[in-house]
Design a protein around this ligand. Structure first.
Ligand SMILES: Cc1cc2nc3c(=O)[nH]c(=O)nc-3n(C[C@H](O)[C@H](O)[C@H](O)COP(=O)(O)OP(=O)(O)OC[C@H]3O[C@@H](n4cnc5c(N)ncnc54)[C@H](O)[C@@H]3O)c2cc1C
Length: 411
């Protein structure tokens, strides 16, 4: 197939899709479809929640990142026809036809069918989600009367995070710091109550022991209340019910945030292709779909065998795969041999409250405020495009990255 006029359709503009488009620029006619008009660097959504970074830093518009050779279609993909080589998108009168398709639609929040969870819990995946959560926290603080007794402050400012993976730890420590800061600034009596709920017997199970020490210390310093071996039975608009050792307890909260895992994108669920047990597309070592040589899948939509297990479902993996994907699309269009790759861990970095972090890089772990700086530096380097990196790097360096307090909302 001639590379020059080939129609390359990329579904999803996250780590997998956007970076594939960036690498491919100049190859064929590229169309990128995404339901939002911006990319999102999800690992820094916690810093956006706390105001340490601004939306333009971590969620730049595609128009800023991609040159005019890439057509950007904003819309929700509705159906994918692999045999007919066409995709329907809400708001587009005609289906989009393609010669090469890239499936990079990511994952969706998994509520595990827990009663009331989808309706009542907040999710944490987008800029809008973070805005909603920040507003919920601010409203809760605003409701506390200046003369409230400590126990009333505590119950008004009870928040629960469901899921004790890295997301749960990063989110609960960030929220705890923000709430405590607001209580202090407004000279309220008492403390917020931040709860984290995890089904298994420990938080962040896949994390190395060295980095875990920093995590444990941060959770303690942020006074996050940890409930392991605990199941969420239901979520209501007033809080949640947890179950531990057969005993159910109701907890009233100002908000429940659900970060207890992801599941495959519903569009991928519908595709009649080879999948693994979790429903991810079992891609070939070249990222192609079995029986559909012109279709590639990566990131959270795909199961790729040659990878260290801890990398599954991470931005690190999607980013690394995007380079292989672009290279192989190029080879496919030019009739060259496609490559395979073993993907490795690039390091680990967790944000721990608004002042600290822990970073594992080149076998060494550092923690505290220095690790927070290192995390910012590490992530600056992973932002898309040199131009964006330079603008953001300069902004963080010269203007700083101090958190923004939860200011009263006013009327
Ligand atoms: C809060 C948070 C923090 C994270 N922190 C880390 C971290 O520190 N380190 C790490 O390695 N990983 C982290 N991850 C995981 C990481 O972000 C994902 O693994 C990664 O984004 C996967 O890349 P992807 O391209 O497959 O999907 P995504 O980056 O999610 O991109 C998918 C894109 O498709 C779009 N889309 C979805 N459905 C449709 C549709 N029907 N129509 C049109 N567009 C659609 C979405 O809007 C999105 O832009 C985090 C995830 C979250 C939510």
């Amino acid at each position: 197939m001639a590379a020059k006029g080939a129609k390359i359709l990329i579904l999803g503009g996250g780590f997998g899709g956007l970076f594939t488009a960036l690498d491919l620029a100049g190859t064929g006619e590229i169309t990128l479809v995404n339901d939002e008009d911006h990319f999102l660097f999800k690992p820094m959504l916690y810093e956006y929640l706390s105001g340490e970074v601004e939306a333009w830093h971590i969620a730049p518009d595609y128009k800023e990142l991609l040159d005019e050779s890439v057509r950007i279609v904003r819309g929700t993909v509705q159906s994918i026809d692999l045999d007919g080589h066409s995709v329907t998108v809400a708001g587009q009168k005609q289906p989009l036809m393609y010669d090469v398709l890239v499936l990079a639609l990511g994952a969706v929040t998994n509520y595990w069918n827990v009663e009331g969870a989808e309706q009542n819990a907040l999710q944490f995946r987008t800029i809008a989600d973070a805005n909603r959560l920040r507003r919920r926290m601010t409203e809760a603080v605003d409701r506390v009367q200046p003369d409230a007794a400590p126990q009333d402050t505590r119950s008004a400012l009870t928040f629960a995070v469901v899921g004790g993976g890295a997301s749960g730890v990063e989110l609960s420590t960030k929220m705890a710091d923000l709430l405590r800061d607001a209580v202090k600034r407004r000279a309220l009596r008492g403390e917020p109550r931040m709860i984290i709920i995890e089904m298994t017997d420990r938080l962040v199970p896949g994390m190395g022991e060295e980095i875990r020490k920093h995590v444990d210390r941060a959770l303690e310093n942020c006074r996050v209340e940890i409930h392991t071996r605990t199941r969420v039975a239901r979520v209501t608009d007033r809080g949640l019910t947890i179950e531990h050792n057969g005993v159910e307890t109701e907890i009233e909260t100002a908000g429940v945030v659900w970060v207890a895992g992801v599941r495959v994108n519903p569009l991928i669920e519908k595709l009649p292709v080879t999948k693994d047990a979790r429903g991810l597309i079992a891609v070939e070592p070249t990222l192609q779909l079995a029986g559909h040589a012109n279709t590639f899948a990566l990131g959270d939509t795909a199961f790729y065998a040659d990878v260290v297990p801890t990398l599954a479902g991470t931005a690190q993996l999607a980013l690394q795969q995007s380079h292989l994907c672009a290279r192989n699309i190029h080879a496919f269009l030019n009739g060259d041999k496609l490559k395979t790759k073993h993907f490795v861990e690039l390091g680990e970095a967790v944000s721990l409250g608004t002042e600290h972090a822990a970073v594992l890089s080149a076998g060494k772990v550092i923690g505290g405020p220095l690790a927070r700086q290192a995390r910012f530096a590490m992530y600056t380097a992973r932002l898309p495009t040199w131009h964006h990196r330079l603008r953001v790097g300069a902004s963080w360096f010269f203007e700083g990255t101090a958190p923004q307090p939860l200011q009263p909302l006013g009327f």
